[in-house]
Every structure is written in C-alpha cells, then in structure tokens.
Design a protein around this ligand. Structure first.
Ligand code: ADP
Ligand code: MG
Length: 570
C-alpha cells in the first residue's frame, strides 16, 4: 500500500513524497491506520523497518495549530543518538506543518539550550527517559496536556535500566491519552508495562527478520586465538568497504580495537556509552560524513542508528543474544540495498554459537578463508602498477622534465632510480600487512565427538614415515585443521589415520595426488576385516600418536612442520 492512499493531510503526504517514500513498510501499513483512530498499539518489527514514520506520522496528523502551544506528544528513546535521529526525521515529516516544533532532550548536553527550546514553543518532545524526568522535576517540561506518548525501542530502554524512569513519566501524564509502544523484541517485561499502562492495546507483530537478513550475504572466518585483529585487518583490506561497522561486546574491546585499527592506519572511530555527548556527536558526524569509514561500537551505542551506505558489518565478537545479531547486521543492506556481514570467530565455542545463530535466523552463513597476505600483496602490486601507469599522463614542470632527461642518460642508473621509487611505494602500500597465511580454505567445523573412520596410507616406518610428515601432508592437502585428525598409527608398511567419517571421501579424494615425505602414496578407507583390528595384530611394533588439541598454534606450526603432540608407545 502506498502512503498516498493513506488518509493523511496534504502537508504530510508532500513531505513523505519529498523524502522519496512511496510504498509503506509492513509495520507502517498495519499501525498507521490504527494510530490515526487513536488506538493504543504495541508494534513489534525489526530495526530498519520504518517505525519512526509509523508512530510519528499519525502524531503529526493529529496536531492542530490550535492545540499546539503545549507539548502534545512525547517520544521516549533509549539513547541520545536515537533521540536525535528520531527528532531529525520528525522534523522532515513536519516540514510543511510549520506550527509543529520538535525538540530533542537528552543527557550529556547543555540543560540551558534544551530549556530554551522547551520554553520557546516546543510542542513535540523526543527524549531519553532520564533527561525527560529531569525536565519534569524542574518543571521545564509540562505534560499536562499530552495526547500521545511513544516508547520507542522499549526493549532496549528496559535493558538499559530505564524501567523506573519510564514508569515515573507514565504516572505523571494524563490518564486519557494514547500510549504507543514499539520494540524489536517482546520480552515479558514489556508485556507487563503494556498491561499496566496501555488501554486495550492492539498488538501488531511483523514476522521475523528474514526480509532484512535475506538481503545480506553472511560469512564467517575461523581463526586461531589472538589473531582476530589480524584477520579483521586482512578482511578490511581485501573487501575494501566504503563504510563499515564493527561490533564488540564490551566498551573496553571497542577502545582497544579502535586503537589497534588506528595504529594500523585505518580511519576508525569508536562509539560506546561511556563517552561524553560531544565526543559521541563528533564520532557520529565523522562517520556519517565519510571522514571515518569504520565505526566500532557496542550494541547499545549502535542500536537503531541509521546511517546510509554501510556496506559491511563485522562481528568482532558474536552477540550474546541472537536477536542482536539481526539488529547488528541490519545496519547494512538497509532500504533494499545489499550488504555483507562478516563474523570473526575463534575457538570451538564461537563456532557452535555461529551455528546456533544461523539456525535461529534461518540464514546461510558461509565459511570463507582469511585472505592471505600474499594475495593482498599481489593486489597491492597490481594497484600500484595501475597508479603509476596513470601517472604518466600527469603534466610536469620544465625543471622536472630537464632533470628526468639528465637521469635518463644512463639507462642502468635510471632503472635503479625507478626501482627504488617503486619500492618506496610498494613498501608504503604493504606496510603493516599482517602475515596470516592459511594454506587453503579451512574446512567446516572441528569434529570432536564425531564418528571417525580410518584411512589406510601405503607408507609406513619402512618408508621412514613419521607422524608429523603424515599430519603435515594431510593438513596441507585438505586445508583441514590439524586437530581434525585423530590417532595416527604407523606400522612397518602402512599407516592408519583417524578421520571424521563425514570427511572420508574428501580426504581420500584430495590425497590421490599427494606425496608424503617425497613418496607418492595411495590413500583409501581402511577396512577392518575379520573383526580383527590392526592395533591388536601389530602391538608392540607400532607407534601410536595421539594428537593433543593444538588449535592455537596450528598455522604457525604447520609452516615449520612441527606439531605439539604427546607421544605414547602403543
Ligand atoms: P526502525 O525505527 O524500524 O529501525 P527507521 O524508522 O529508523 O527504522 O527507518 C529506517 C530507514 O528507512 C530510515 O532511513 C527511513 O527514512 C527509511 N524509511 C522508513 N520508511 C520508509 C519507506 N516506507 N520507504 C522508504 N524508506 C523508508
Ligand atoms: Mg527506530
């Protein structure tokens, strides 16, 4: 349904049209008519679905010039950024209704300016609960003629501990009013509030996040402990997003990661709740204007923030709450654009969480390899070549030309000079590049607890096979983590290795063309005939090697061919 089909007055329809809105979103289509009727509404819909317009258009429609010398509507938002953002959007909708004067009030900013605004005819107030209460106590805000109150992002306000403040506000406003509540999730605490403070509310729930999430390509990389920043660095270089948001779970991590990325030369800024208002505004402005293309934030700081053109979201930490995953990646791919989300995992626990998130969101999250520094160097060389070739068209001064001609007199030295200059540029272009050379794409999951089978390799002690040669070759060829493989039994003429049953065909397949310690080998499924196990037959002569889990150092170790392991004589 189109906005123009709504029973809205011309000034609002014109403003909406000017903003380029034509079709309503689902939540708008379902709630606006009810709100225009004056009903109390509970609206549940994901971030980015246009809830601001849903609750503000009906308010603006109902505001008449005659009753506008007092505050008619109050909108409570969890954070200063959201209050500012909602207020800005409302200003745009009210563009052609000049008597509507929105004001935003939030903590951390000058009280005087807000008091001035409130005194000078503000009739629609958007604010954070604490500051609104502050103004009520000072009597700089009067709500005795309030017609509508909106609790926007109600779940987040409760998460942030605003429950008491909200209730205090609700107690102080006229009983006869419209109470509207919007939220992305519907925990029981919200329902308790609606029960107590709403009058026969209609609940509108827009099903699932799929619309938002589906437009977003989702990937994950799995890296050893302590290598997340390197992985992020390489992903940022390889994907070159125009504008990216990176999520961390703690303020401390936001600070640390911001420092780390800045040190590495990225234009990154951090945003979290401990920052002063001025600082936060500066950060948001820097990010919105494109001066800083990377914003690192906690969930609370970033909740609901609507920045156009974020083309990649990175989860440096996975969110603790699955709904938050949807909110986070919803920062990209907004308003029908496509976006990409990358999750950086370390350790089995996070891989399991990732799988649960994938199941919960019904989204496909594909594993990719961390781009290697080698690939990135190659890309940098290519870019440098293009850049230098493009330079040849640059106009230069006569002096420069003269010097060039002198330098060109000796071809050999001219070549040396050019090489040195190219080297300078390349060094610059590839400086700080972390080394992160995973040999092949990492294959799925670890397989702890999975059913294993054994493969037979036709090389044994007689061929001078040692466990590290065999494991090294398997890891190199399959790209699977070293600890995917189980027990390695080396016999005189052959070796058996435990592999996850699900990976058997793959291992056999890729090993067909491989050499181990210089010897071409045949790898096949090990058949245990007659119920007799090889371990029993060759007891005493075989060398059993049980791998200790050594996820942490595997990549580095794989290079040098040495592995942590515990030897045990069979
Ligand atoms: P929410 O509060 O649900 O997270 P917002 O109200 O912040 O979502 O809206 C997200 C973005 O979508 C904003 O940039 C808004 O201007 C835009 N938007 C809202 N409704 C529409 C619409 N019907 N058509 C196009 N864009 C819209
Ligand atoms: Mg919103």
């Amino acid at each position: 349904m189109q906005f123009q089909e709504l029973n809205l007055s011309k000034p609002l329809l014109d403003a909406v049209a000017q903003l380029g809105f034509t079709e309503m979103t689902e939540i708008q289509e379902k709630t606006i008519p009810l709100l225009l009727e004056g009903r109390d509404v509970i609206g549940k819909s994901n971030t980015g679905t246009g809830k601001t317009a849903a609750f503000s258009l009906p308010i603006l429609e109902q505001m008449e010039p005659s009753d506008c010398d007092h505050v008619c509507a109050l909108i409570l938002c969890p954070t200063r950024e959201l209050a500012m953002q909602a207020c800005e959007e409302i200003r745009k909708f009210a563009r052609f209704k000049k008597y509507i004067r929105p004001a935003a009030v939030y903590g951390g900013a000058s009280m005087d300016r807000q008091i001035h605004q409130l005194k000078n005819g503000a009739n629609l107030v958007v604010g954070t609960p604490g500051r609104v209460l502050d103004h009520l106590r000072r009597r700089t805000l009067k709500l005795d003629q309030l017609k509508t109150i909106v609790l926007d992002e109600a779940d987040e306000m409760l998460n942030m501990g605003f429950r008491e403040d909200i209730e205090t506000v609700l107690e102080q406003i006229p009983q006869k009013r419209q109470t509207v509540l919007f939220s992305a999730t519907m925990p029981p605490a919200i329902l308790a509030i609606t029960k107590q403070y709403q009058n026969d509310p209609v609940m509108i729930q827009i099903k699932s996040a799929h619309r938002t999430v589906d437009a977003i390509a989702q990937y994950y990389v799995s890296v050893p402990m302590g290598r997340k920043t390197d992985a992020l660095h390489l992903l940022l270089l390889a994907k070159q997003p125009n504008s990216a948001m990176i999520f961390c779970n703690t303020k401390k991590m936001v600070d640390e990661l911001t420092d780390a990325l800045c040190m590495r030369g990225f234009p990154a800024v951090g945003l979290h709740g401990d920052m002063k208002q001025l600082q936060r505004t500066q950060v948001m402005n820097g990010f919105k204007s494109g001066k800083n293309t990377i914003l690192i934030a906690t969930d609370v700081a970033a909740r609901g923030i609507d920045v156009k053109g974020v083309d990649a979201v990175f989860n440096y930490d996975l969110p603790q709450d699955h709904e938050y995953y949807i909110h986070r990646i919803g920062r990209t791919g907004r308003a029908g654009k496509t976006g990409t989300a990358y999750n950086i995992l370390s350790g089995r626990k996070q891989e399991i969480e990732m799988r649960e998130i994938s199941r919960y969101t019904k989204a496909e999250i594909t594993e990719i390899a961390v781009p290697t520094s080698r690939e990135l160097r190659a890309a940098a060389v290519e870019r440098e070549q293009e850049r230098l070739l493009a330079l040849s068209a640059t106009a230069v001064s006569e002096e420069a030309m003269m010097l060039t001609n002198i330098l060109l007199e000796n071809a050999e030295s001219a070549k040396g000079i050019l090489a040195a200059m190219v080297q300078q540029h390349l060094t610059e272009a590839t400086k700080n590049l972390p080394t992160f050379d995973v040999p092949k794409p990492i294959r799925k999951g670890r397989h702890a607890g999975a059913k294993t089978v054994r493969v037979h390799i036709n090389a044994g002690r007689r061929d001078r096979m040692a466990p590290n040669f065999i494991l090294g070759a398997l890891v190199e060829a399959t790209g699977m983590a070293g600890n995917t493989f189980g027990k390695i039994d080396i016999h005189d003429q052959f070796t058996t290795v435990e592999v996850p049953e699900t990976e058997l065909d793959f291992v056999v397949d890729v090993m067909q063309h491989e050499k181990i310690n210089g010897k071409k080998v045949v790898v096949r499924r090990y058949e245990e005939y007659g119920g007799k196990r090889d371990g029993g037959r060759s007891k005493g002569r075989q060398q059993s090697v049980q791998r200790r889990s050594s996820r942490h150092g595997y990549n580095q170790n794989a290079r040098s061919g040495s592995y942590n392991r515990k030897r045990q004589k069979g």
